[in-house]
Design a protein around this ligand. Sequence first.
Ligand code: MIG
Length: 799
Amino acid sequence: MILNTELEYKGNLFPSKIISYKKNLDTLAFTTDNNVVLHVTVVRDSVLRFRYTTTGIFEKDFSYAITKYASRGYNVLEVTEDEDKYIITTAKLICHISKADTRSSIFDAKDKSLICEDELGFHWEESYEFGGDVVKMTKTSHPSEAYYGLGDKPVDNNLKGKRFENWVTDSYAFTKDTDPIYKAIPFYIGLHSKKAYGVFFDNTFKTNFDFCHERRNITSFWAQGGEMNYYFIYGPDMSEVVANYTDLTGKPHEMPALWTLGYHQCKWSYYPESNVKEIAAKFRKLKIPCDAIYLDIDYMEGFRCFTWDKEYFPDPKKMVKELADDGFKTIVIIDPGIKIDPGYPVFKEGLEKDYFCKRADGPYMKGKVWPGECYFPDFTNPEVREWWSDLFKELVEDIGVKGVWNDMNEPAVMDVPGKTFPDDVRHNYDGNRCSHRKAHNIYGMQMARATYQGLKKFSYPKRPFVITRAAYSGTQRYTSTWTGDNVASWEHLIIANVQAQRMCMSGYSFVGSDIGGFAEQPNGELYARWIQLGVFHPFCRTHSSGDHGDQEPWAFGTNVTDVVRKFIELRYQLLPYLYTAFWRYANEGIPILKSLVLYDQNDPHTHYRNDEFIFGEKILVCPINEPNAKGRRMYIPRGNWYNFWTDEVVEGGQELWVDADFDSMPIFVKEGAIIPKYPVQQYVGEKTIDEVSLDVYYKLGKETSQVFEDAHDGYDYIKGRYSVRIFNLLGVETELYIQQHKSGKYIAPFETFKINLHGLPFKISKITIDKEDFIFDDVKVNDSNSFVVNKDFTEIQMM
Ligand code: MIG
């Protein structure tokens, strides 16, 4: 008998020449001599999908990332050919496919400039070890090209020169440059010659990206299995790229209830009940606004999900109600591991219904987490998700919990080398059965999705709230997220800032960090500086492991408490502004935070900035990143900006020193902006708001601002009960006009706007409202240049 003990190592394999081409509606199919098929699908004029198979047949087309609500359709699609290539033309792009080897080059349809080009292009290596291919792609990089995005990478904004891996990992006390950490978002943005494009590599296996690290002018990405399957998304505006990526992978299915944008307080752990209530009471006593309080794993009985430790929490329903009466929403943690315990109903039912993950040879996937040895639901099975969602009935409907926090869903497993499931674990993958190699990166996403389904069902008619640690592209449709177990250090404040920006650039705006740091103990200065940053993140929560001391706003002395209160109050004042930014995100895919490069990509100074960012549309923020600072140097993007504290106007396009003592931080408002503000409340809904302030920043010229309004919870807005106010400001030398266009059916309960004018270069002698002279006492306006008008004015003229 002859035994062949040596495997043939074929190395990199490449598509050979194209021998046939077929057009099927929006999909162009190219087949090569060596049985590679390339499908180019025109998703939109600016979005092309490239999908390759090396075996002549494609697997079933299935993606957890792509939403069924993604827009489709194009204006132009023409395919022509010449001797050596096919030429695909849409309204935005021209794509060449080389007949010799399927390599593609993509050009701007308008000015014919080259945007992105395959170097080797698609190639692959056969894998004896797992079967299937390692699929690879290389593209040439423009000498001045910069790279952004890629979800949650704790590195500087511009990714050029670095290499990354996507494999969601529990990363306690990660550091700058740790890779990978908790999320896998295989989407990046390239920018050169003032044009931006994106690549979304929708492959859930372990993926890698190399941005000119291995070879100076080459960017590449590859995966340990699955298909070479990527979307090319053209801008040329970076914000368009992000909006289109977000359209593909989905916007949040609901607006968040307004309270979820308030301040949240968390710790591992607040227990027993008396401790929880003490903390809550102290917020009210010290008048520090707070909307949510969290229960970490110790609320459960032996860490069994959906149980309560009756010694610590004898009557959860009563406690939750009492907290709610005081404006606190209770949020509880739920992990994926289900304790192996025949007397525990969730375990028993999961076992009976065969809902737990199994190893390749049949045994259950057994792993140690907080409860001890556990089995883990296969959240990739739709039936399991349905079952899981129903488990929330009691917590939400009966006990009154308002949100659920999903942790450890990478999934994390203790005391094993890979910190997660072994590769051979089997998953349902919505009927496309596979191993953990393929399902790992989406496991946490599917858990969060199942949790979201439960919260949605049982919170109805209120909106659901979920927060997750692990995520893959598309998870933003279901849940908010935080950046995991960071550390109480100045470096981590810097990292948290970039992480939040990068997540926003990667389609995932509802994000925040553990303010103050999870591991170790911040001093008061670091905590206060981190709060200053954190109130400008979409999700705003203090959290700490707690075994290093207290981390509540009052834990560091009155000086710190006062600064923390001041900034949390500012967040509450800015809620209508943040809510509007959220609506633009949920509605149009516009990121809530904008890195300077996303704000003004044509200014090359922005390409390497990390610290400064735009909050919403009009507010420029830059955190203080180091101890003992009295201010800092920062880059002000082009345009004129008002110092938020002094109203001094500075000209952008330069780096400036900005004063920022301990009780302050650099904040600027774009000239011409109109910023809506609420009065300070201790929690959302504490007060009936009968007047909204509009802070108007004079500009010589025009500027548009908007405000979104709805009931702040519930689903009426989906039936059209919302409104949008558009404010057009026009300033000339001695006059200022504000026009308001209101559309939509929602009627907000407040009656008046208080107009606060900033930077007016003239003294007001006359005000006309809706063409009628405004009657006011002797003083035309008060000293601080403010006056009150009916909320439905259509035009104000000030002379
Ligand atoms: O192994 O639930 O990231 O926020 O407090 C630690 C306890 C498990 C990790 C989470 C953290 C949470 C902690 N959890």
